[in-house]
Design a protein around this ligand. Structure first.
Ligand code: ASP
Length: 362
């Protein structure tokens, strides 16, 4: 028998139109009743998977994921730990808008994961007949209960993606998520095609969250990270031709609480403008202890620090290699919240810790 816990956080999958006709997520109990009325999911079972049962929990206030903050990531991580022992896998139902950020963050907040945590949602609500919600939900449940993949994943439209490699790539189509720099961990069709050679290894006893003492330690660290979140900011800045040095300076000096990190969405392989004032603003930030990430605004491919004279490594920015901007932001927030100093954060940002990047020797 496998038991899967579903944590419903909100998002389109659970939305109905409000008085103005705009979509808003229904509260948890209402959503659970709706799910139980769906073909194949009645009685807390999953059709075609005789040994699989599910339970459901929810956030007190269900959210459109555009309204989520890093504090919500920690609430979700804690909720998974609360029911970790009694379940074999977890489904986090989540809005698609910021799903890639939450999936990335959970991969950094739950090191030692020994069971699947699968984020899922839909582009069209479950109450609508022509919707991707039911196949996405049943797929996430079935995979969480049958696939021993010890990682945070996103399941969407037939593909199981590594969570910290996933990106929302389409605002409307059912194929809403992609993983431009990493192949799917599994693909669902008339059978499940597992790419298990790519899965992260099972954690050892020293770190596995299956060990109660490790879970207790993680809870304490999550509490400390939650308390630290109000003490710093991490803005993201999309570079563009003609960007002013004053924009960078205003962003860094005007952000409250003060920025301890900055994620740049740079050109191509991590390049930027050559305006000396712009470069001086970034170099100044680096000198003052702000960890500056050099990510690319291009959908796929990697930042290659030092490939071009315009590369931003020269001002102290950390090359993100092929890490997504969403993962870069989430990782930076989690490491800074853990209280690490800028030198340690810089080192870890350029090192894979949850399968989020590939180091490229250029
Ligand atoms: N705005 C919704 C959300 O992110 C979109 C969705 O779920 O597809 O919560």
């Amino acid at each position: 028998m496998a038991k899967v816990h579903v944590l419903y956080t909100g998002g389109t999958i659970g939305c109905v139109p409000d008085a103005q006709g705009a979509l808003a997520p229904v509260p948890g109990p209402e959503f659970e009743r709706l799910v139980l009325s769906m073909p194949g999911l009645s009685g807390h079972r999953v059709a075609d998977h005789p040994g699989l049962t599910w339970t459901m929990g929810w956030l007190d206030r269900t959210l459109d994921s555009s309204a989520m903050t890093p504090a919500d990531w920690i609430v979700i991580a804690r909720r998974i730990l609360d029911v970790y022992d009694e379940h074999d896998g977890f489904v986090v139902l989540h809005g698609t808008d910021s799903m890639a950020y939450t999936a990335s963050a959970l991969s950094f907040l739950l090191p030692g994961l020994s069971k699947p945590v699968i984020l899922g949602g839909s582009q069209v609500p479950l109450t609508v007949a022509l919707s991707d919600a039911l196949p996405n939900l049943v797929g996430a449940l079935a995979l969480a209960g049958t696939l021993p993949v010890p990682e945070v994943c996103v399941f969407f439209d037939t593909r199981l993606l590594r969570g910290n490699r996933a990106r929302k790539i389409d605002a409307n189509r059912f194929a809403g998520f992609g993983s431009p720099n990493f192949p799917p961990l599994a693909t669902v069709g008339s059978f499940v095609d597992r790419n298990s050679a790519l899965w992260l290894p099972m954690p050892g006893e020293d770190s596995s969250l299956s060990v109660p003492a490790n879970r207790a330690g993680r809870r304490e660290e999550l509490d400390a990270q939650a308390a630290a979140l109000d003490g710093f900011s991490v803005p993201m800045l999309w570079l563009h031709p003609g960007i002013r040095a004053s924009t960078v300076s205003a962003m860094l000096s005007g952000t409250v609480p003060a920025a301890k990190g900055l994620v740049l969405l740079a050109f191509g392989e991590g390049n930027g403008p050559t305006d000396p004032a712009f470069l001086a603003a970034l170099a100044g930030a680096d000198r003052s202890g702000v960890v500056v990430m050099d990510n690319t605004q291009v959908q796929a491919g990697a930042v290659l620090p030092g490939a071009y004279a315009t590369g931003l490594g020269a001002v102290g920015a950390v090359g993100a290699y092929d890490m997504t901007p969403e993962a870069s932001y989430a990782k930076l927030v989690c490491l800074l919240a853990a209280g690490l100093d800028p030198v340690a954060v810089k080192g870890l940002m350029a090192t894979p810790i949850a399968g989020e990047l590939t180091v490229i020797d250029a």
